[in-house]
Design a protein around this ligand. Structure first.
Ligand code: COA
Length: 200
């Protein structure tokens, strides 16, 4: 089955009652996405920097979004992007999830609605599950992921932009319990299992 249509709009409502629009991104959104990336605080960028926001980086990402190779979405307040979330490696059994909100819109109940939307899309596409990685210090994100139904399966070493590696938690949401659970992420990174072998 097809994923969410390119022009489909999903309304999200903050705890304060403000209605925002989520939809798939396309090449024409490049400026808005660049502004979003450049307006995040250092704290937010420290936990959410899926890529840089220069035009050369954004162009192929937005082309893949338009083509439906990834599911790449923005949360809009008018023409301004205040949230960015996605499932990359959409053709894989366990796509990789990413999510980030502008500082002004954190803690307003949007994250849960965005997560639910991505889980529903992966289910609609018949995927076996969803993986993500998150810094061990990011308690807010970890609690949200757990309450949505993600469980920690281990740790992953992610390369840092400036060199070196960052050890992150790897979490998995299972959609098809009968499917074989891969020991690596869709981007090929191996998952180092938890010491006791259990999912948390
Ligand atoms: C992480 C993030 C996506 C969460 O979205 P959010 O809209 O701010 O969170 P929500 O308001 O939907 O809250 C979701 C849950 O998180 C938890 N939570 C919210 N604020 C929290 C806080 N300050 N401390 C601890 N837990 C908190 C609560 O359990 C809440 O559940 P509830 O809905 O039952 O109250 C968002 O804060 C964000 O973009 N942060 C910066 C970037 C980031 O960390 N991205 C993830 C990288 S892995």
């Amino acid at each position: 089955m097809d994923a969410m249509k390119l022009n489909e709009v999903v309304e999200l409502v903050t705890r304060q009652g403000e209605t925002l629009q989520a939809r798939r991104l396309r090449p024409a959104d490049r400026q808005a996405l660049r502004r979003f990336g450049e307006s995040l605080s250092p704290t937010t960028t420290g936990v959410f920097l899926p890529h840089h926001y220069d035009d050369a980086t954004l162009e192929p990402i937005l082309r893949r979004s338009e083509a439906g190779d990834d599911l790449t979405l923005g949360v809009f307040r008018g023409s301004r992007i205040v949230g960015y979330f996605f499932l990359w490696y959409l053709d894989q059994a366990f796509p990789l999830l990413g999510i980030g909100l502008h500082d002004d819109y954190q803690g307003a109940g949007l994250g849960r609605q965005m997560m639910n939307l991505l889980v529903a899309e992966a289910a609609r596409l018949g995927r076996d599950g969803i993986d993500l990685t998150t810094l061990p210090t990011n308690d807010r994100a970890f609690r949200l992921y757990q309450s949505v139904g993600f469980r920690q399966i281990g740790y992953v070493e992610n390369p840092r932009a400036g060199g070196g590696v960052t050890v992150e938690r790897a979490l998995r949401y299972t959609l098809n319990p009968a499917a074989a659970a891969p020991g690596h992420l869709a981007n090929g990174r191996p998952v180092r299992e938890l010491a006791d072998g259990s999912a948390r």
